[in-house]
Write a protein that binds this ligand. Sequence first.
Ligand code: NAP
Length: 349
Amino acid sequence: MSGPPLSHVTRLMFDGTEVREIMKAIRVHEFGGPEVLRQEEVPTPQPGSGQVLVRMHAIGVNPVETYIRAGTYANKPDLPYTPGNDGAGVIEQVGSDVNEFKPGDRVYTAGSISGTYVEFALCRAEQVHRLPANASFAQGAAMGTPYATAYRGLFQRARARPGETVLVHGASGGVGTAAVQLARSHGMRVFGTAGSDEGRRLARDQGAHEVFDHRAPNQFQQIMMATGGRGVDVIVELLANVNLGKDLTILAKGGRVAIIGSRGRVEIDPRDTMQRDVDLRGMVMPNTPPEELASIHAALVAGLENGTLRPVIVKEFPLAEAAEAHRSVMEPGAFGKIVLMPGKVERMN
Ligand code: NAP
């Protein structure tokens, strides 16, 4: 075959910029294990009216993308598809009717039309938010799902208020570290749990006043003691199938649980909710009404700007190693956020 390699084919735009006609993307042709994530060359999308094209510098990898890939998630995409919701980069092109962004702007994505495990992601303008200069692209890739989820769980669902005591049950991962930073910067007393010394150190470094081991059988007594027997006002729960039954025994009167993560069933005693006037508040991000989503991202951009939100990046993988990133995100011992970096060169085997 003659001519340049596919990934070097470019098109000259009316404004003099060059756009690559072919880009690398991770594609899934069948549901299954991490090995179904394959890097392919596909046409670079073109932004239409109200759309933008983002050159991705970092892509956030979330547990939910592994459930979708495995075919076990309630809402399955049509095959083939490109995974991903989160990422950060620079605006490459804008479609007509887009006035709030211009080529060269630093942005993060919270959703996309094309999927985000790509070199160039096609997004609706409202799925893109300004990335302040003091935040790295990898940090921006933590905003769309983990930080938005933590914000919604803490403030919009559990209605946590300054002065209250908040337990982040699972404070060492993507959502948990975000919840700790958000709660601490809003004047709450923050408890965090992790399954390892390193995880507890991380939770403390992110702002937890007290840390506990969620593998210790007496963790609930320890947490109750730390409140002087009063109980916690809010629990941000990242593994409800394991903890929810016992969570209900350590809540203060009027306590709320934001149920964010669960990987199975759990037994609860409803009396534990009655005696304390407790509210259980489940959530999934896609249910968030547009105006509440806009308010979440306005708060997150401000938090990045003023330095109270500092996403912790634990591992970076090249785009081609998406399968390895999926294995890694499901391993125990999370210490922050895992990202794909399209500019990073893959390891030679
Ligand atoms: P992650 O980065 O992999 O973190 C997982 C967290 O779970 C770690 O902090 C881990 O702690 C903790 N964990 C492990 N065993 C636990 C236990 N017995 N009790 C409490 N926590 C425990 O994942 P993530 O991105 O933060 O997401 C966390 C969960 O929330 C996932 O199940 C995800 O699917 C879900 N989620 C839901 C939504 C939604 O819209 N509802 C949005 C985002 C995420 P150690 O590793 O230290 O043990």
